[in-house]
Design a protein around this ligand. Structure first.
Ligand SMILES: *[C@@H]1O[C@H](CO)[C@@H](O)[C@H](O)[C@H]1NC(C)=O
Ligand SMILES: *[C@@H]1O[C@H](CO)[C@@H](O)[C@H](O)[C@H]1NC(C)=O
Ligand SMILES: *[C@@H]1O[C@H](CO)[C@@H](O)[C@H](O)[C@H]1NC(C)=O
Ligand SMILES: *[C@@H]1O[C@H](CO)[C@@H](O)[C@H](O)[C@H]1NC(C)=O
Ligand SMILES: *[C@@H]1O[C@H](CO)[C@@H](O)[C@H](O)[C@H]1NC(C)=O
Ligand SMILES: *[C@@H]1O[C@H](CO)[C@@H](O)[C@H](O)[C@H]1NC(C)=O
Ligand SMILES: [Cu+2]
Length: 717
């Protein structure tokens, strides 16, 4: 079915070829012999130089999610023949064979690189045998497209095997982002990739600081078994939760083969005298913050989580799972090869696995020998100034916290900094010794009964509650939400008993929320990076108080004026760490109606309930689900219901009066009738986003693209 609209789309694609940017892979060919190198790949037409006044594009991708295997037969003679390591479908990882889950048989999966204002359309095909999936676009706030956030049981039903799900949304937030599965342990098993949204050079305030913008650096911790296996061993046996190693852009060299051969390392090519923008993404899975340094180079941090900051020069950087950091490296050292060193902290540190990996910074003209000296965890000591250091507060000489950074442009009229917050929330959390029935059964193998201490599983609680997902998505099936699901109906002493509920925090639309995240520092010397969906926040304070702290202590500090808030120009982020025995204070503007997950980005922690949901606005403020949006829930022989067994609810909540069956009955719900009369939810229809309207005002072709997309979408339906 060829139509005028699709012809116009095709024309747009051809025009885009003119602005094709050479792939970084092409530059890498020079030193194929010693290290091997990426073969040149077809660059997606949307990966282009962004120019003001040029029309936005619709960028289509197909992701095939499937079970796979590292060092498979596709790898032939890898690593003895390094060229073989770069064959299509060969995932060498660190040389250790193991099952993985990947998108399109590559690790990381396909990179999405678009320009601000493009529309992104990704068809995710679940080609796994038995497991559901979903993809979250980490860094996109899904304004006007809340159903595209990719969080199972919050914004959508999980995508079942043999099915596809189409994500469509506007790339309206510039910067370094990534996509990853939001289902189970899939991110740790390999379902992640980079997602870069560029702006025209004249709109990039750091444009004069770098010459090239080619290098994407995705770091992650890596296990030698499936995440679920590690999870089960840890939560039901005495297995640990410590990642063995790290991968840099999916590569590493853990396994030593015959004659010292190993799988290829990632290398970054630079030309002496030039300045390079690096985009670092921490796609980490477990409790393994990653510290990075580059031999003989400092680097200048310019952005975090897609938001520009005042440049700061540092010697090393710590990144936490879910964070992104952009930096500029000036290639001013002698021509040569230099190690980029990555050290795992916390569960990856010298007490445990010493997870360590390197990449190579290769200057054009240098020989193909590896840098001299053999880097190890122990000889990679990070001295000098460290940014985002682990469990540190402000005011230290040799480290800087996020709240000490400054927004690149001092914010003007930013309500988050000017106004008194409309709402102040305290979220204190830790891990507690409770009989969590998922892992300990009192009288049988209770927390204190089990033989070995390593078999005790501590339970995370945020404000005494452990998060539980429902059988249906809160956003798309909000009519099934029942009062008894909320935490208010729990009538137990949750400091002594396990309490599980769907903790939904209601925030009026348009409120300024000040959020204290407090790590009480009770169990372990831990560290949790928190990620907010749907909204960026300003990080206005971050302190370590001591080995332990409490809400009362921090409230007292605040009353005494001992908490210094950065209200001048606190940086914007969407993922942030909290010092153990300390706090981080965030401020966000709750202007994106919907149900948005807020959670620890350590997979094992969110999996056992270290999460809450913000309900922003009322149900009628939210867009209706897209047409035909999939539904799910419990089936009781008559229809989808919120729960099957009233007695279970009674046991949990001890208040039989608060529940009733939650049949879907849209027809009798006047609110739902009202919202379905609103316009379509698609992001570009009536979507008055500032970026979009400014692009649209300056060039009319944009409208033809919108039209083209709209018509294509309608044709598909
Ligand atoms: C992924 O693989 C599918 C075929 O399975 C292909 O159609 C698609 O173009 C690939 N996607 C990307 C982004 O490379
Ligand atoms: C390595 O493999 C490639 C093809 O996979 C082949 O062309 C090349 O000759 C091999 N090199 C060596 C040294 O065997
Ligand atoms: C790199 O730094 C090390 C340690 O400071 C020094 O010994 C070495 O000479 C430097 N190498 C180059 C090429 O500058
Ligand atoms: C958690 O429980 C303890 C003990 O019952 C109580 O003192 C405290 O106020 C509770 N915290 C919250 C945030 O509800
Ligand atoms: C915190 O704990 C460490 C290690 O257990 C101990 O050495 C230190 O004295 C403690 N600090 C305070 C202020 O209690
Ligand atoms: C529909 O809602 C109205 C008002 O809440 C109620 O009186 C009526 O019984 C409902 N009808 C059905 C069929 O549930
Ligand atoms: Cu955590």
């Amino acid at each position: 079915m060829m139509s005028a609209a699709s012809v116009q789309c095709a024309t747009t694609a051809i025009v885009a070829v003119l602005f094709f940017v050479p792939s970084p892979a092409a530059a890498a060919a020079a030193s194929a012999e010693l290290y091997g190198s990426e073969p040149a790949v077809d660059v997606h037409p949307c990966q282009r130089e962004c120019r003001s006044g040029e029309p936005a594009k619709t960028c289509e991708y197909r992701f095939k999610v499937e079970w796979y295997y590292t060092m498979s037969k596709a790898c032939y003679d890898c690593p003895y023949n390094l060229t073989d390591c770069f064959r299509p479908d060969c995932v060498p990882a660190d040389g250790v064979q193991k099952p993985i889950i990947v998108v399109n048989r590559s690790l990381p999966g396909p990179s999405i690189q678009v320009c601000l204002g493009d529309t992104v359309l990704v068809d995710v095909e679940n080609a796994m045998m038995e497991e559901s999936t979903s993809i979250h676009w980490h860094g996109h706030h899904q304004r006007n497209s809340p159903y595209m956030d990719g969080v199972p049981y919050v914004t959508q039903c999980p995508v079942p095997p043999h099915s596809s799900f189409r994500y469509v949304y506007l790339a309206d937030n510039e910067g370094t982002h990534f996509w990853h599965s939001h289902s189970g342990c899939q991110r740790g098993d390999g379902v992640f990739g980079s997602f870069i949204v560029r702006v025209p050079k004249d709109r990039d305030i750091h444009r004069d600081m770098y010459d090239e913008d080619l290098h994407v650096l995705t770091v992650t911790d890596w296990l030698h078994q499936l995440g679920i296996r590690k999870f089960l061993a840890h939560y039901h046996g005495s297995g640990d939760n410590k990642p063995e190693t790290l991968l840099i852009n999916g590569r590493g060299r853990y396994k030593v083969f015959k004659d010292g051969f190993h799988t290829p390392l990632t290398q970054f090519h630079v030309t002496r005298g030039k300045r390079y923008r690096f985009r670092l993404i921490n796609a980490g899975f477990l409790n393994c913050p990653i510290s990075m340094s580059i031999d003989n180079h400092t680097f200048t941090m310019i952005a975090t989580d897609g938001y520009n900051i005042q440049p700061v020069v540092v010697d090393s950087l710590v990144s936490y799972a879910g964070e992104r950091w952009d930096f500029v490296l000036e290639a001013t050292a002698d021509i040569g090869n230099y190690w980029m060193r990555f050290k795992g902290l916390m569960d990856c540190d010298e007490r445990f696995t010493k997870a360590f990996e390197v990449a190579i910074l290769h200057y054009d003209g240098a020989d193909n020998k590896k840098p001299e000296n053999i880097p190890t965890y122990d000889n990679s000591i990070h001295t000098g100034i460290q940014l985002n250091a682990l469990n540190k507060g402000s005011g230290l000489m040799d480290s800087a916290t996020v709240s000490e950074l400054e927004d690149a442009i001092p914010p003007i009229n930013d309500l988050r900094l000017e106004k008194k917050p409309d709402m102040t929330l305290f979220m204190s959390y830790d891990f507690y010794s409770l009989d969590n029935p998922h892992f300990h059964k009192p009288m049988l193998y209770g927390f204190k009964q089990v033989t070995h201490k390593a078999e005790r599983v501590y339970t995370p609680q945020i404000n005494n509650m452990t998060f539980k997902f429902q059988s249906f998505p809160l956003l798309s099936q909000k009519e099934m939400i029942q009062p008894w699901m909320s935490c208010e109906h729990i009538k137990k002493d949750c400091s002594k008993e396990f309490c599980e509920c769907t903790n939904i925090i209601k925030v009026p639309l348009g409120s300024i929320v000040e959020l204290f995240l407090i790590d009480k520092g009770v169990t372990y010397n831990a560290n949790h990076p928190f990620h907010l969906h749907g909204h960026p926040f300003r990080v206005i304070a971050m302190e370590r108080v001591g080995n332990h702290t409490s809400v009362e202590e921090i409230e007292q500090m605040d009353r005494d004026g001992r908490i210094v808030r950065n209200l001048r120009s606190a940086p914007l982020k969407d993922t942030v760490t909290v010092p153990d025995g300390g706090f981080t204070i965030l401020r966000f503007l709750a202007d994106n109606p919907g149900y948005w997950l807020f959670h620890c980005h350590i997979e094992f922690h969110v999996e056992v309930g270290m999460a809450t949901v913000f309900k922003i606005g009322e149900d009628w403020d939210m867009l209706p689900p897209p047409p035909g949006f999939p539904k799910c829930g419990n089936y009781n022989g008559k229809g989808l219901v919120s729960f099957l067994y009233p007695e279970d609810i009674e046991l949990q909540y001890k208040n039989p009066n608060v529940y009733h069956y939650g049949f879907i009955d849209n027809k009798n719900d006047s609110r739902i009738n009202m919202i379905t009369t609103l316009d379509k939810w698609w992001p570009f229809v009536g979507g008055a986003h500032p970026y979009v309207s400014s692009i649209a005002n300056t060039n009319t072709p944009y409208f033809s693209i919108v039209l083209c997309v709209l018509i294509s979408v309608l044709l598909i339906y």
